[in-house]
Design a protein around this ligand. Structure first.
Ligand SMILES: Cc1cc2nc3c(=O)[nH]c(=O)nc-3n(C[C@H](O)[C@H](O)[C@H](O)COP(=O)(O)OP(=O)(O)OC[C@H]3O[C@@H](n4cnc5c(N)ncnc54)[C@H](O)[C@@H]3O)c2cc1C
Length: 355
């Protein structure tokens, strides 16, 4: 039996399984899925988990079942491409014929002293649970500093302001306007929402140091009872430790067919892969479809295509609490209840198709 190993059952890994398992897995092949969590996690909802507005169970989706799918619950600690071997913590190594690396991303602290030690995170389920616990145990009037007002920082600040109206939330951002990746009209809409909902935005900030309960903005200390870091991401440390060219986010440079340029048996997926887009769940899924196409052609003894068309992204939607939202769909800015309804609808559809 040949073994296709998938590292990480996130959005990319799940899409690979859902595309292959129903009827495309060759008879002489098994799939081994390795994840440190025993179910697929809806990372796009971690802001709500941390804010305490949804339960843990709502972000879990069971992995699919199949007689030739072996799910291994464990921590990947190394990938030896020359020996075609995956090393796990406290478990036997796994041999592969092909491996797909979809281990997601981690926070990037931009060398700000103390940021990794004294801030909380929403980049993994374990860290989001911890963040939930500290945020929700705060007393009334406590100060929460959120560093970084991209999509995840904005979603966390808005959700938390609805969940805990008694908290004093400060949202720090480097730009003149928050949500720098979006058109200014959208940024202003979201800023107005924050003004109405008592979230303080600190624009043009430059976080120079973090200490316990102290955030230094332009070297000026600001007391915060809890600090959450949402100011940047980089590829998973396992990928950053691998040989090969990487981009500024530590994502591995890949061939047009999504494998390492010098190894056609090692595919790099989702937040781990250097692609000409910002990392997203949609991108990971689009890429997964193309990887499956390469594998299917190879399994049939056919030549894979030499390249693929650019992955089409439908747009991006963000929430402002449970009733309002914002986003870009087909290059059009949308705001308000319709944007929020669309976002909820997409989540519902995802759960329906994967649950
Ligand atoms: C708050 C928030 C909101 C977001 N909103 C959106 C959105 O609205 N739309 C959108 O498209 N994207 C959104 N994103 C981004 C999106 O979640 C990621 O781009 C997406 O999850 C990437 O998918 P992936 O398959 O590459 O990795 P992930 O989904 O992160 O999966 C990685 C998997 O690897 C496992 N893993 C990691 N390290 C190890 C290890 N060492 N050993 C074993 N297992 C390991 C993890 O447990 C996880 O299951 C959001 C992100 C956040 C944080």
């Amino acid at each position: 039996m040949k073994n296709l190993v998938i590292l990480g059952g996130g959005y990319g890994g799940m899409k690979i399984l859902n595309e292959i398992l129903p009827n495309h897995l060759p008879e002489d092949m098994t799939i081994t899925l390795v994840d440190r969590v025993p179910y697929h996690c809806l990372k796009t909802e971690y802001y709500a988990l941390a804010a305490g507005t949804i339960s843990d169970k709502e972000v879990r989706v069971a992995f699919p079942e199949h007689p030739r799918l072996n799910v291994v619950y464990g921590e990947v600690i190394g990938i030896q491409t020359t020996e075609k071997k995956i090393t796990l913590k406290d478990a036997a190594p796994i041999d592969y014929d092909d491996v797909i690396i979809g281990l997601g991303c981690e926070d990037k602290y931009h060398d700000v002293p103390g940021a990794d030690q004294f801030t909380y995170s929403i980049q993994s389920i374990e860290k989001s649970r911890l963040t939930y616990s500290v945020l929700n145990n705060l007393g009334p009037g406590s100060v929460v500093g959120i560093v970084g007002a991209g999509l995840s920082g904005v979603e966390l600040a808005s959700e938390l302001s609805e969940s805990r109206e008694d908290l004093n939330i400060k949202l720090f951002d480097r730009g003149k306007h928050i949500l720098s990746a979006f058109p200014e009209r959208l940024s202003k809409y979201v800023e107005n929402w924050f003004v109405k909902n008592n979230v303080e935005i600190i624009n043009n900030s430059n976080i120079t140091k973090v200490e316990e309960n102290l955030l230094y903005n332009h070297d000026q200390p600001i007391h915060c009872d809890v600090i959450v870091w949402t100011a940047g991401i980089q590829a998973n440390r396992i990928v950053r430790a691998m040989d090969g060219d990487k981009d500024g986010m530590g994502r591995l440079v890949i061939s047009p067919l999504h494998h390492l340029p010098n190894d056609e048996h090692v595919f790099i997926l989702g937040d781990c892969a250097s692609l000409p887009h910002a990392p997203s769940a949609q991108l990971a899924e689009g890429q997964a479809e193309q990887i499956v196409e390469v594998l299917k052609r190879r399994w049939k003894g056919e030549e894979p295509p030499t390249s693929f068309p650019q992955i089409k992204l439908k747009g991006i939607l963000g929430s402002l609490g449970k009733k309002h939202g914002f986003g870009m769909m087909a290059d059009r800015a949308i705001t308000g209840r319709v944007a929020r309804l669309l976002k909820s609808g997409i989540l519902w559809m995802y759960k329906f198709h994967n649950g």
